[in-house]
Design a protein around this ligand. Structure first.
Ligand code: ARG
Length: 467
Protein backbone atom coordinates (compact mmCIF):
# COMPACT_ATOMS: atom_id res chain seq x y z
CA UNK A 1 0.00 0.00 0.00
CA UNK A 2 1.38 3.44 -0.96
CA UNK A 3 2.21 5.47 2.10
CA UNK A 4 0.52 8.84 2.66
CA UNK A 5 4.01 10.17 3.49
CA UNK A 6 5.94 8.20 0.85
CA UNK A 7 7.14 11.14 -1.32
CA UNK A 8 10.60 11.60 0.17
CA UNK A 9 11.38 7.90 0.55
CA UNK A 10 13.39 5.92 -1.98
CA UNK A 11 12.78 2.48 -0.48
CA UNK A 12 9.64 0.69 0.65
CA UNK A 13 9.18 0.17 4.38
CA UNK A 14 10.72 -3.00 5.78
CA UNK A 15 7.86 -5.43 6.60
CA UNK A 16 9.20 -5.73 10.14
CA UNK A 17 8.98 -1.98 10.60
CA UNK A 18 5.51 -1.93 9.10
CA UNK A 19 4.35 -4.56 11.58
CA UNK A 20 6.14 -2.86 14.46
CA UNK A 21 4.82 0.64 13.88
CA UNK A 22 1.23 -0.06 12.84
CA UNK A 23 -1.57 0.88 15.19
CA UNK A 24 -4.56 -0.12 13.10
CA UNK A 25 -4.84 -3.45 14.90
CA UNK A 26 -5.93 -1.54 18.01
CA UNK A 27 -6.81 2.04 17.00
CA UNK A 28 -9.57 0.74 14.71
CA UNK A 29 -11.76 1.28 17.74
CA UNK A 30 -11.42 4.97 16.98
CA UNK A 31 -12.98 4.57 13.52
CA UNK A 32 -16.43 6.06 14.30
CA UNK A 33 -14.77 9.03 16.01
CA UNK A 34 -12.31 9.49 13.15
CA UNK A 35 -15.23 9.72 10.75
CA UNK A 36 -17.10 12.09 13.08
CA UNK A 37 -14.02 14.33 13.29
CA UNK A 38 -13.54 14.22 9.53
CA UNK A 39 -17.15 15.19 8.89
CA UNK A 40 -16.64 18.29 11.05
CA UNK A 41 -13.30 19.02 9.36
CA UNK A 42 -15.01 19.02 5.95
CA UNK A 43 -17.32 21.81 7.19
CA UNK A 44 -14.35 23.71 8.60
CA UNK A 45 -12.65 23.48 5.17
CA UNK A 46 -15.80 24.67 3.40
CA UNK A 47 -16.12 27.65 5.76
CA UNK A 48 -12.43 28.46 5.19
CA UNK A 49 -13.12 28.32 1.41
CA UNK A 50 -10.60 25.55 0.97
CA UNK A 51 -13.38 23.31 -0.32
CA UNK A 52 -16.18 24.40 -2.64
CA UNK A 53 -19.65 23.66 -1.20
CA UNK A 54 -20.25 20.88 -3.74
CA UNK A 55 -16.90 19.32 -2.87
CA UNK A 56 -17.84 19.48 0.79
CA UNK A 57 -21.09 17.72 0.01
CA UNK A 58 -19.35 14.99 -1.97
CA UNK A 59 -16.86 14.37 0.82
CA UNK A 60 -19.65 14.29 3.40
CA UNK A 61 -21.61 11.73 1.39
CA UNK A 62 -18.39 9.76 0.91
CA UNK A 63 -17.60 9.76 4.63
CA UNK A 64 -21.12 8.57 5.39
CA UNK A 65 -20.51 5.69 3.00
CA UNK A 66 -17.29 4.90 4.83
CA UNK A 67 -19.33 4.78 8.05
CA UNK A 68 -21.71 2.33 6.41
CA UNK A 69 -18.76 0.15 5.37
CA UNK A 70 -17.49 0.30 8.94
CA UNK A 71 -20.87 -0.65 10.41
CA UNK A 72 -21.15 -3.54 7.97
CA UNK A 73 -17.66 -4.74 8.97
CA UNK A 74 -16.43 -4.10 5.44
CA UNK A 75 -13.92 -1.28 6.02
CA UNK A 76 -10.46 -2.57 4.98
CA UNK A 77 -8.27 -2.58 8.11
CA UNK A 78 -5.08 -4.39 7.09
CA UNK A 79 -1.83 -3.43 8.74
CA UNK A 80 -0.27 -1.91 5.61
CA UNK A 81 -2.83 0.86 6.14
CA UNK A 82 -0.82 1.84 9.23
CA UNK A 83 -3.52 3.45 11.30
CA UNK A 84 -7.22 4.15 11.34
CA UNK A 85 -6.77 7.71 10.00
CA UNK A 86 -5.12 6.40 6.84
CA UNK A 87 -7.68 3.62 6.52
CA UNK A 88 -10.59 6.08 6.60
CA UNK A 89 -8.92 8.46 4.13
CA UNK A 90 -8.05 5.64 1.71
CA UNK A 91 -11.58 4.23 1.84
CA UNK A 92 -12.97 7.72 1.23
CA UNK A 93 -10.65 8.30 -1.73
CA UNK A 94 -11.74 4.99 -3.21
CA UNK A 95 -15.33 6.24 -3.08
CA UNK A 96 -14.92 9.91 -4.14
CA UNK A 97 -11.69 9.76 -6.18
CA UNK A 98 -8.81 12.29 -5.94
CA UNK A 99 -11.05 14.77 -4.13
CA UNK A 100 -10.47 12.57 -1.06
CA UNK A 101 -6.93 13.96 -1.05
CA UNK A 102 -8.30 17.37 0.01
CA UNK A 103 -9.66 16.10 3.31
CA UNK A 104 -6.28 16.25 5.05
CA UNK A 105 -5.83 19.98 4.29
CA UNK A 106 -4.59 21.81 7.37
CA UNK A 107 -4.74 18.67 9.42
CA UNK A 108 -2.14 16.26 10.75
CA UNK A 109 -2.61 12.83 12.20
CA UNK A 110 -1.25 14.40 15.37
CA UNK A 111 -4.21 16.70 15.98
CA UNK A 112 -6.49 14.11 14.37
CA UNK A 113 -5.61 11.30 16.78
CA UNK A 114 -5.82 13.70 19.72
CA UNK A 115 -9.33 14.63 18.58
CA UNK A 116 -10.50 11.07 17.87
CA UNK A 117 -9.24 9.92 21.22
CA UNK A 118 -11.05 12.70 23.08
CA UNK A 119 -14.30 11.80 21.36
CA UNK A 120 -13.70 8.21 22.43
CA UNK A 121 -12.95 9.41 25.97
CA UNK A 122 -16.33 11.11 26.17
CA UNK A 123 -17.99 7.79 25.37
CA UNK A 124 -15.77 5.86 27.76
CA UNK A 125 -16.59 8.26 30.60
CA UNK A 126 -20.28 7.94 29.78
CA UNK A 127 -20.15 4.14 29.79
CA UNK A 128 -18.19 3.96 33.03
CA UNK A 129 -20.54 6.38 34.76
CA UNK A 130 -23.63 4.56 33.55
CA UNK A 131 -22.31 1.19 34.73
CA UNK A 132 -21.20 2.79 38.00
CA UNK A 133 -24.60 4.44 38.55
CA UNK A 134 -26.29 1.10 38.13
CA UNK A 135 -23.99 -0.44 40.73
CA UNK A 136 -24.63 2.44 43.14
CA UNK A 137 -28.37 1.91 42.67
CA UNK A 138 -27.93 -1.80 43.36
CA UNK A 139 -25.92 -1.14 46.52
CA UNK A 140 -28.47 1.44 47.66
CA UNK A 141 -31.36 -0.95 47.16
CA UNK A 142 -29.56 -3.69 49.08
CA UNK A 143 -28.53 -1.28 51.76
CA UNK A 144 -32.19 -0.37 52.38
CA UNK A 145 -33.13 -4.02 52.25
CA UNK A 146 -30.48 -4.89 54.87
CA UNK A 147 -30.80 -1.76 57.00
CA UNK A 148 -31.89 -3.83 60.03
CA UNK A 149 -29.48 -6.71 59.48
CA UNK A 150 -27.11 -6.81 62.45
CA UNK A 151 -23.54 -7.96 62.06
CA UNK A 152 -20.19 -7.47 63.74
CA UNK A 153 -18.29 -4.46 62.38
CA UNK A 154 -14.52 -4.79 62.08
CA UNK A 155 -11.38 -2.74 62.38
CA UNK A 156 -8.05 -4.47 61.72
CA UNK A 157 -10.30 -7.39 60.69
CA UNK A 158 -10.98 -7.88 64.42
CA UNK A 159 -14.51 -7.59 65.74
CA UNK A 160 -15.05 -4.03 66.89
CA UNK A 161 -18.67 -2.87 67.28
CA UNK A 162 -22.00 -3.99 65.87
CA UNK A 163 -23.09 -2.41 62.59
CA UNK A 164 -25.77 -3.18 60.04
CA UNK A 165 -25.15 -4.81 56.70
CA UNK A 166 -27.06 -1.89 55.15
CA UNK A 167 -24.55 0.56 56.61
CA UNK A 168 -21.65 -1.52 55.32
CA UNK A 169 -23.04 -1.67 51.78
CA UNK A 170 -23.90 2.04 51.73
CA UNK A 171 -20.25 2.82 52.54
CA UNK A 172 -19.26 1.37 49.18
CA UNK A 173 -22.08 3.22 47.44
CA UNK A 174 -20.70 6.52 48.78
CA UNK A 175 -17.19 5.64 47.62
CA UNK A 176 -18.53 4.92 44.17
CA UNK A 177 -20.43 8.21 43.94
CA UNK A 178 -17.12 10.01 44.43
CA UNK A 179 -15.59 7.78 41.76
CA UNK A 180 -18.31 8.75 39.31
CA UNK A 181 -17.64 12.38 40.13
CA UNK A 182 -13.98 11.76 39.28
CA UNK A 183 -14.94 10.35 35.87
CA UNK A 184 -17.24 13.28 35.13
CA UNK A 185 -14.60 15.79 36.26
CA UNK A 186 -12.14 14.09 33.91
CA UNK A 187 -14.42 14.88 31.02
CA UNK A 188 -15.10 18.44 32.23
CA UNK A 189 -11.38 19.09 31.93
CA UNK A 190 -10.94 17.15 28.68
CA UNK A 191 -13.90 18.76 26.94
CA UNK A 192 -11.87 20.79 24.42
CA UNK A 193 -10.86 20.57 20.78
CA UNK A 194 -7.34 19.69 19.58
CA UNK A 195 -8.23 19.75 15.83
CA UNK A 196 -6.87 22.81 14.02
CA UNK A 197 -3.52 22.50 15.83
CA UNK A 198 -1.94 20.77 12.82
CA UNK A 199 1.21 18.75 13.36
CA UNK A 200 2.44 21.03 16.15
CA UNK A 201 2.41 24.72 15.24
CA UNK A 202 -1.18 25.49 14.30
CA UNK A 203 -2.51 26.07 10.81
CA UNK A 204 -1.92 28.60 8.02
CA UNK A 205 -5.60 28.45 7.12
CA UNK A 206 -8.43 30.55 8.52
CA UNK A 207 -10.10 27.74 10.47
CA UNK A 208 -13.05 28.61 12.63
CA UNK A 209 -12.10 26.24 15.43
CA UNK A 210 -14.92 27.38 17.66
CA UNK A 211 -17.32 26.18 15.00
CA UNK A 212 -15.47 22.85 14.69
CA UNK A 213 -15.69 22.41 18.45
CA UNK A 214 -19.39 23.16 18.40
CA UNK A 215 -19.99 20.64 15.61
CA UNK A 216 -18.28 17.97 17.68
CA UNK A 217 -20.16 18.93 20.83
CA UNK A 218 -17.00 20.13 22.57
CA UNK A 219 -17.12 23.03 25.01
CA UNK A 220 -13.94 24.87 24.10
CA UNK A 221 -10.87 24.96 21.91
CA UNK A 222 -7.37 24.08 23.12
CA UNK A 223 -5.45 27.34 23.03
CA UNK A 224 -1.94 26.03 22.44
CA UNK A 225 -1.17 23.76 19.49
CA UNK A 226 1.91 22.21 21.12
CA UNK A 227 -0.15 21.37 24.18
CA UNK A 228 -2.94 20.00 21.97
CA UNK A 229 -0.78 17.44 20.16
CA UNK A 230 1.59 16.53 23.02
CA UNK A 231 -0.28 16.20 26.22
CA UNK A 232 -2.22 13.21 27.41
CA UNK A 233 -3.14 14.37 30.89
CA UNK A 234 -6.84 13.84 30.17
CA UNK A 235 -6.07 10.12 29.92
CA UNK A 236 -3.95 10.14 33.04
CA UNK A 237 -7.00 11.63 34.79
CA UNK A 238 -9.22 8.95 33.29
CA UNK A 239 -6.83 6.14 34.21
CA UNK A 240 -6.58 7.53 37.69
CA UNK A 241 -10.38 7.56 38.03
CA UNK A 242 -10.33 3.97 36.76
CA UNK A 243 -7.65 2.99 39.28
CA UNK A 244 -9.52 4.46 42.26
CA UNK A 245 -12.78 2.85 41.14
CA UNK A 246 -11.16 -0.56 40.66
CA UNK A 247 -9.48 -0.20 44.06
CA UNK A 248 -12.90 0.33 45.65
CA UNK A 249 -14.32 -2.62 43.75
CA UNK A 250 -11.37 -4.69 44.87
CA UNK A 251 -12.01 -3.86 48.53
CA UNK A 252 -15.67 -4.71 48.18
CA UNK A 253 -14.60 -7.98 46.53
CA UNK A 254 -12.34 -8.77 49.44
CA UNK A 255 -15.24 -8.31 51.87
CA UNK A 256 -17.46 -10.53 49.74
CA UNK A 257 -14.80 -13.23 49.49
CA UNK A 258 -14.42 -13.25 53.26
CA UNK A 259 -18.17 -13.26 53.87
CA UNK A 260 -18.66 -16.18 51.47
CA UNK A 261 -16.14 -18.32 53.37
CA UNK A 262 -17.42 -20.91 55.82
CA UNK A 263 -15.51 -19.08 58.55
CA UNK A 264 -17.75 -16.03 58.13
CA UNK A 265 -20.80 -17.59 56.51
CA UNK A 266 -22.50 -14.19 56.06
CA UNK A 267 -23.55 -14.62 52.43
CA UNK A 268 -24.36 -17.29 49.88
CA UNK A 269 -23.33 -16.67 46.28
CA UNK A 270 -25.81 -17.46 43.56
CA UNK A 271 -24.83 -20.51 41.49
CA UNK A 272 -24.93 -18.39 38.34
CA UNK A 273 -22.31 -16.03 39.78
CA UNK A 274 -19.93 -18.60 41.27
CA UNK A 275 -17.57 -21.19 39.81
CA UNK A 276 -16.49 -24.68 40.73
CA UNK A 277 -13.30 -26.71 40.99
CA UNK A 278 -12.20 -29.25 38.40
CA UNK A 279 -10.91 -31.45 41.20
CA UNK A 280 -12.88 -30.82 44.40
CA UNK A 281 -16.54 -31.59 43.80
CA UNK A 282 -17.83 -29.62 46.79
CA UNK A 283 -16.27 -26.29 45.84
CA UNK A 284 -18.14 -23.09 45.12
CA UNK A 285 -15.68 -20.31 44.49
CA UNK A 286 -15.99 -16.52 44.39
CA UNK A 287 -13.97 -16.18 41.17
CA UNK A 288 -15.92 -13.13 40.02
CA UNK A 289 -14.92 -11.17 43.10
CA UNK A 290 -11.37 -12.55 42.96
CA UNK A 291 -10.95 -11.48 39.35
CA UNK A 292 -12.26 -7.99 40.06
CA UNK A 293 -9.69 -7.81 42.85
CA UNK A 294 -6.98 -9.24 40.58
CA UNK A 295 -7.75 -6.93 37.71
CA UNK A 296 -7.03 -3.98 39.99
CA UNK A 297 -3.38 -4.88 39.39
CA UNK A 298 -3.77 -4.31 35.67
CA UNK A 299 -5.80 -1.16 36.06
CA UNK A 300 -3.18 0.36 38.38
CA UNK A 301 -0.43 -0.76 35.98
CA UNK A 302 -2.15 1.05 33.12
CA UNK A 303 -2.00 4.33 35.03
CA UNK A 304 1.68 3.79 35.81
CA UNK A 305 2.25 2.70 32.22
CA UNK A 306 0.94 5.91 30.69
CA UNK A 307 2.71 8.11 33.22
CA UNK A 308 5.94 6.29 32.35
CA UNK A 309 5.40 6.77 28.61
CA UNK A 310 4.82 10.49 29.14
CA UNK A 311 7.66 11.14 31.52
CA UNK A 312 10.64 12.54 29.68
CA UNK A 313 8.92 13.09 26.31
CA UNK A 314 10.17 16.27 24.69
CA UNK A 315 7.68 18.67 23.18
CA UNK A 316 5.68 17.96 21.01
CA UNK A 317 4.18 14.84 19.34
CA UNK A 318 6.33 11.72 19.64
CA UNK A 319 5.39 8.31 18.36
CA UNK A 320 5.60 6.98 21.93
CA UNK A 321 2.17 8.54 22.36
CA UNK A 322 0.66 5.84 20.18
CA UNK A 323 1.04 3.51 23.18
CA UNK A 324 -1.56 5.52 25.13
CA UNK A 325 -4.47 3.61 23.62
CA UNK A 326 -3.53 0.19 25.02
CA UNK A 327 -3.71 1.52 28.57
CA UNK A 328 -6.89 3.50 28.12
CA UNK A 329 -8.88 0.88 26.20
CA UNK A 330 -7.87 -1.82 28.64
CA UNK A 331 -8.74 0.13 31.78
CA UNK A 332 -12.02 1.41 30.34
CA UNK A 333 -13.09 -2.12 29.34
CA UNK A 334 -11.96 -3.66 32.61
CA UNK A 335 -13.60 -1.11 34.89
CA UNK A 336 -16.88 -1.08 32.99
CA UNK A 337 -17.05 -4.88 32.93
CA UNK A 338 -16.17 -5.06 36.64
CA UNK A 339 -18.85 -2.50 37.58
CA UNK A 340 -21.44 -4.44 35.61
CA UNK A 341 -20.59 -7.91 36.87
CA UNK A 342 -20.38 -6.67 40.46
CA UNK A 343 -23.96 -5.38 40.18
CA UNK A 344 -25.11 -8.81 38.99
CA UNK A 345 -23.12 -10.59 41.69
CA UNK A 346 -24.63 -8.45 44.46
CA UNK A 347 -28.19 -8.54 43.13
CA UNK A 348 -28.16 -12.33 43.33
CA UNK A 349 -26.61 -12.72 46.77
CA UNK A 350 -28.38 -14.34 49.67
CA UNK A 351 -27.70 -12.73 53.03
CA UNK A 352 -27.58 -15.09 56.03
CA UNK A 353 -29.19 -12.58 58.38
CA UNK A 354 -29.62 -14.89 61.32
CA UNK A 355 -26.05 -16.08 61.16
CA UNK A 356 -24.69 -12.53 61.00
CA UNK A 357 -26.72 -11.29 63.93
CA UNK A 358 -25.82 -14.40 65.87
CA UNK A 359 -22.14 -13.75 65.20
CA UNK A 360 -22.60 -10.29 66.71
CA UNK A 361 -24.84 -11.43 69.55
CA UNK A 362 -22.74 -14.42 70.62
CA UNK A 363 -19.57 -12.38 70.79
CA UNK A 364 -18.51 -12.01 74.41
CA UNK A 365 -17.17 -8.47 74.25
CA UNK A 366 -18.52 -6.72 71.13
CA UNK A 367 -20.49 -4.31 73.33
CA UNK A 368 -17.48 -3.16 75.37
CA UNK A 369 -17.64 0.42 74.05
CA UNK A 370 -21.36 0.58 74.79
CA UNK A 371 -20.63 -0.50 78.35
CA UNK A 372 -17.91 2.16 78.61
CA UNK A 373 -20.48 4.73 77.48
CA UNK A 374 -22.80 3.68 80.31
CA UNK A 375 -20.22 4.92 82.82
CA UNK A 376 -19.57 8.03 80.72
CA UNK A 377 -23.23 9.01 80.98
CA UNK A 378 -22.80 8.68 84.76
CA UNK A 379 -20.02 11.27 84.70
CA UNK A 380 -16.99 8.94 84.66
CA UNK A 381 -14.27 10.34 82.34
CA UNK A 382 -13.99 8.19 79.23
CA UNK A 383 -10.32 7.33 79.82
CA UNK A 384 -11.16 6.01 83.28
CA UNK A 385 -14.17 4.14 81.99
CA UNK A 386 -12.03 2.58 79.22
CA UNK A 387 -9.64 1.25 81.84
CA UNK A 388 -12.49 -0.18 83.97
CA UNK A 389 -14.21 -1.87 81.04
CA UNK A 390 -10.88 -3.33 79.96
CA UNK A 391 -10.88 -5.20 83.25
CA UNK A 392 -14.53 -6.25 82.80
CA UNK A 393 -13.62 -7.57 79.32
CA UNK A 394 -10.79 -9.56 80.82
CA UNK A 395 -13.22 -11.01 83.40
CA UNK A 396 -15.70 -12.00 80.67
CA UNK A 397 -13.02 -13.71 78.60
CA UNK A 398 -11.77 -15.58 81.65
CA UNK A 399 -15.25 -16.75 82.61
CA UNK A 400 -16.63 -17.31 79.10
CA UNK A 401 -19.44 -14.81 79.78
CA UNK A 402 -20.94 -12.11 77.58
CA UNK A 403 -20.84 -8.51 78.83
CA UNK A 404 -24.60 -8.33 78.49
CA UNK A 405 -25.00 -11.33 80.83
CA UNK A 406 -23.15 -9.85 83.81
CA UNK A 407 -25.20 -9.35 86.92
CA UNK A 408 -25.35 -6.06 88.83
CA UNK A 409 -23.30 -7.66 91.58
CA UNK A 410 -20.55 -8.72 89.18
CA UNK A 411 -20.42 -5.25 87.62
CA UNK A 412 -20.40 -3.52 91.00
CA UNK A 413 -17.03 -5.11 91.72
CA UNK A 414 -15.53 -2.98 88.93
CA UNK A 415 -17.26 0.35 89.56
CA UNK A 416 -19.84 1.80 91.90
CA UNK A 417 -21.21 3.91 89.08
CA UNK A 418 -22.90 1.11 87.14
CA UNK A 419 -26.65 1.76 87.32
CA UNK A 420 -29.09 -1.00 88.21
CA UNK A 421 -29.97 -3.48 85.46
CA UNK A 422 -27.08 -2.29 83.30
CA UNK A 423 -26.93 -5.58 81.39
CA UNK A 424 -30.53 -5.20 80.28
CA UNK A 425 -29.69 -2.00 78.44
CA UNK A 426 -26.95 -3.78 76.53
CA UNK A 427 -27.76 -5.50 73.26
CA UNK A 428 -26.48 -5.55 69.72
CA UNK A 429 -29.80 -4.11 68.57
CA UNK A 430 -29.62 -1.22 71.07
CA UNK A 431 -26.00 -0.55 70.24
CA UNK A 432 -26.88 -0.08 66.58
CA UNK A 433 -30.10 1.85 67.23
CA UNK A 434 -28.26 4.33 69.43
CA UNK A 435 -25.90 5.36 66.61
CA UNK A 436 -28.30 8.13 65.65
CA UNK A 437 -25.96 11.06 65.05
CA UNK A 438 -25.41 11.81 61.36
CA UNK A 439 -23.26 9.12 59.76
CA UNK A 440 -24.04 6.42 62.32
CA UNK A 441 -25.13 2.86 61.66
CA UNK A 442 -28.70 3.08 63.03
CA UNK A 443 -31.32 1.70 60.61
CA UNK A 444 -32.95 5.13 60.58
CA UNK A 445 -29.67 6.67 59.42
CA UNK A 446 -29.14 3.96 56.83
CA UNK A 447 -32.52 4.84 55.35
CA UNK A 448 -31.47 8.49 55.28
CA UNK A 449 -28.20 7.56 53.58
CA UNK A 450 -30.13 5.60 50.96
CA UNK A 451 -32.26 8.69 50.25
CA UNK A 452 -29.13 10.83 49.85
CA UNK A 453 -27.56 8.21 47.59
CA UNK A 454 -30.66 8.15 45.40
CA UNK A 455 -30.48 11.92 44.92
CA UNK A 456 -26.75 11.75 44.24
CA UNK A 457 -27.05 8.98 41.69
CA UNK A 458 -29.83 10.71 39.81
CA UNK A 459 -27.63 13.84 39.60
CA UNK A 460 -24.75 11.72 38.33
CA UNK A 461 -26.97 10.07 35.73
CA UNK A 462 -28.25 13.41 34.54
CA UNK A 463 -24.71 14.70 34.13
CA UNK A 464 -23.72 11.57 32.19
CA UNK A 465 -26.70 11.92 29.89
CA UNK A 466 -25.50 15.36 28.86
CA UNK A 467 -22.10 14.10 27.69
N1 ARG B 1 -1.08 6.10 15.22
C1 ARG B 1 -0.62 7.37 15.67
C2 ARG B 1 -0.94 7.54 17.14
O1 ARG B 1 -1.74 6.84 17.64
C3 ARG B 1 -1.28 8.46 14.89
C4 ARG B 1 -0.47 9.69 14.77
C5 ARG B 1 0.75 9.42 13.97
N2 ARG B 1 1.44 10.59 13.67
C6 ARG B 1 2.62 10.58 13.10
N3 ARG B 1 3.15 11.68 12.82
N4 ARG B 1 3.25 9.47 12.86
O2 ARG B 1 -0.36 8.37 17.83
Amino acid sequence: MKKTWGGRFKKPTDPQVEAFTESISFDQRLAPFDIEGSLAHVQTLVKAKLLKPHEGKKLTVGLRKVKKLLDAGKLPLDSSLEDIHTAVEKALTKIVGPLGGKLHTGRSRNDQVATDFRLYLRQAVKESVQAGSHLIETLTRLSLQEKDTLMPGYTHLQRAMPVTMGHHLAAYAFMLTRDMDRFLATWDRANALPLGSGALAGTNHPFDRVLTARMLGLKSVLQNSLDAVSDRDAYVDFLSACAVTQMHLSRLSEDLILWASTEFGFIEMDDAFATGSSLMPQKKNPDVAELIRGKAGRVFANLMGLLTVLKGLPMSYNRDLQEDKHFVFDSADTVTASLKVMAGFLSNLKFHRLWMSRAADKDLTLLATDLADVLVTRGVPFRESHEIIGKVVDYCLDHGKRLQDLTDQELAKFSKYFPKATAETLSVFHSVSRKKAVGGTSPHNVAKQAAILKTEVSKIKKRSMKL
